[in-house]
Design a protein around this ligand. Structure first.
Ligand SMILES: *Cc1c(COP(=O)(O)O)cnc(C)c1O
Length: 410
């Protein structure tokens, strides 16, 4: 979806009514948009046995999990707490993939006891897992192919410093452990963490996983991670899911016949499913003209949406109170004692004190990365679904901030 469509979708939501009812700053999610993204992905891959494991670290609200559960999704969880959240939302443990890194073996054991599919990300844990479970509990292995599928039509190899996965160059070691412990490896996984734009780039990366896969006899699935790109900026090129799916389907089917069995094809998108559904709605407290720029200071900050500061991420911002005002340049900043700049020299319809701004693409890694810095409470979350608004997380108060503090007897 383009930014223009995202703006249109927002214009169809009763934002002012929602702000009036629940206040600001507020995270607003369009539930139907999440469903559409899920359906678009599964439809594109309808000629293979595709399974979508939603990466809930993008947005962990139980109501959003339930919405995706109803669609037929599974989950990708990166902590045992995320596994527990998934089960609370009603996901069957067997539909949850547990992909942690740098965890102690105890956490893996807890997930096995819960009945979750385990994804092993280092040799040490693989040995411990094999030693304890032998072939009695299947596991998936996370491979690091040392490939970054970049935004252009080339593959940058390298990525040698990544802490994720077991290096493809250690495959022989992996196979020794698997054979010695008679392990049941039912899946191979890779997640390069980068954007997939081009089918041929993706397939060249997938070839490495196929090469590895023929050396494992018990596979049920191959998991290609995530990386479907969504638009953050006007004119951003996004993944053509349908084209990509046609190319991957063809190559995957060829691999399955070579392998001798039909495998499941797994993806674990976070951003693709929820990013565009979400908006952070904030109020302009002050408009401050300086010698260098005009600041629009809002009632939120990096404590609520850290991506612009953390990743230098671009989030489109629109003035929902003055949509036809003359566009002018603003630096949109937060109210935190940090340089928490949401946008620098951004053209926005004239901003007046008291106006409300919508920050787009706030559905993924927004609330879940928020914090209480400056002792400020986190916003509420509202889900708009089938013509109704649902408060799905209440706004925090000072009580939430002091909840776990224990006064020292001093
Ligand atoms: C974070 C993560 C994802 C989701 O990534 P997105 O960019 O949000 O789609 C998928 N798989 C794993 C293992 C992850 O850590």
């Amino acid at each position: 979806m383009s930014i223009e469509n995202s703006i249109t979708a927002l214009n169809n939501l009763p934002v002012h009514q929602i702000i009036e009812e629940f206040g600001s700053p507020i995270y607003l999610y369009n539930g139907e948009k999440i469903e559409q993204q899920y359906q678009r992905l599964t439809k594109a891959f309808s000629n293979v046995d595709v399974k979508i494991k939603y990466a809930l670290k993008a947005s962990n609200n139980l109501s959003i999990l339930k919405l995706l559960l109803k669609q037929g999704a599974g989950l990708d969880a990166v902590s045992f707490e995320e596994v527990q959240l998934g089960m609370m939302a009603g996901f069957h443990p067997s539909s949850i993939l547990f992909t942690p890194n740098s965890v102690a073996f105890d956490e893996i054991v807890k997930a096995v006891d819960a009945g979750v599919q385990i994804n092993i990300d280092n040799i040490s844990l693989l040995e411990q897992f094999g030693h304890k479970y032998g072939n009695s509990v299947p596991c998936c292995i996370r491979i690091n192919p040392h490939i970054v599928a970049g935004g252009t039509s080339h593959i940058q190899t390298g990525h040698i410093d990544s802490k994720f996965g077991i290096s493809i160059h250690q495959l022989r070691h992996v196979i020794r452990i698997v054979e010695k412990e008679k392990m049941n490896v039912n899946g191979l996984h890779m997640h390069t963490g980068s954007d997939i734009l081009d089918a041929s780039v993706f397939i060249r990366a997938a070839e490495l996983l196929f090469d590895a896969a023929v050396q494992f006899k018990d596979l049920q699935f191959l998991d290609f991670g995530s990386g479907f790109k969504v638009a953050y900026k006007v004119d951003d090129v996004t993944t053509d899911i349908e084209d990509l799916a046609t190319a991957i389907t063809e190559r995957f089917q060829a691999f399955c016949s070579e392998y001798g069995r039909n495998l499941q094809l797994w993806f674990e998108p976070g951003k693709f499913l929820v990013s565009e559904s979400g908006y952070l709605l904030v109020k302009v407290n002050v408009v401050k003209q300086t010698t260098a720029t005009v600041f629009a200071g809002v009632n939120s900050g990096q404590n609520h949406l850290i991506r612009p500061m953390f990743y230098d991420a671009y989030h489109h911002i629109i003035n929902i109170s003055n949509p036809t005002g003359t566009p002018r340049l603003y630096s949109v900043v937060g109210n935190i004692c940090e340089t928490d700049t949401f946008a620098l020299d951004r053209k926005i319809n004239e901003v007046r004190e008291g106006d409300y701004l919508a920050i787009l693409n706030a559905g993924a890694y927004g609330y879940t990365m928020s914090n209480n810095y400056n002792s400020r409470p986190r916003p509420a979350e509202v889900l708009w679904y089938k013509g109704q608004s649902h408060l799905i997380r209440r706004r925090e108060t000072l009580d939430d901030i002091i909840r776990n503090m224990i006064p020292a007897a001093i």
